[in-house]
Design a protein. Structure first.
Length: 82
């Protein structure tokens, strides 16, 4: 007997399958393609949360990217100071 899958479980499985397919397709591009797949996934998650009434994920994503940029800029400054 097969297990009953709820619509939400099916949507989740579809999202995971889509992410895996995008990551596999971008793997040939190396880290740049892998980053692009994660960026697409992050935007999709934030968009879905906003649609469901929780726009706070956009701010969380923006802060994560801001922190990453600051870390890279600091590393660049340290490298140029040497």
């Amino acid at each position: 007997m097969s297990e009953v899958v709820t619509p939400e479980q099916r949507r989740h499985m579809n999202r995971v399958r889509h992410l895996q397919a995008r990551q596999a397709a971008n793997q040939a591009r190396g880290p740049k393609g892998y980053a692009a797949a994660w960026w697409d996934h992050a935007r999709a998650l934030a968009t879905r949360a906003e649609r469901e009434g929780d726009p706070a994920l956009w701010e969380h994503l923006a802060r994560a990217l801001e922190n990453w940029c600051h870390q890279v800029e600091q590393r660049d400054q340290e490298q140029h100071a040497q």
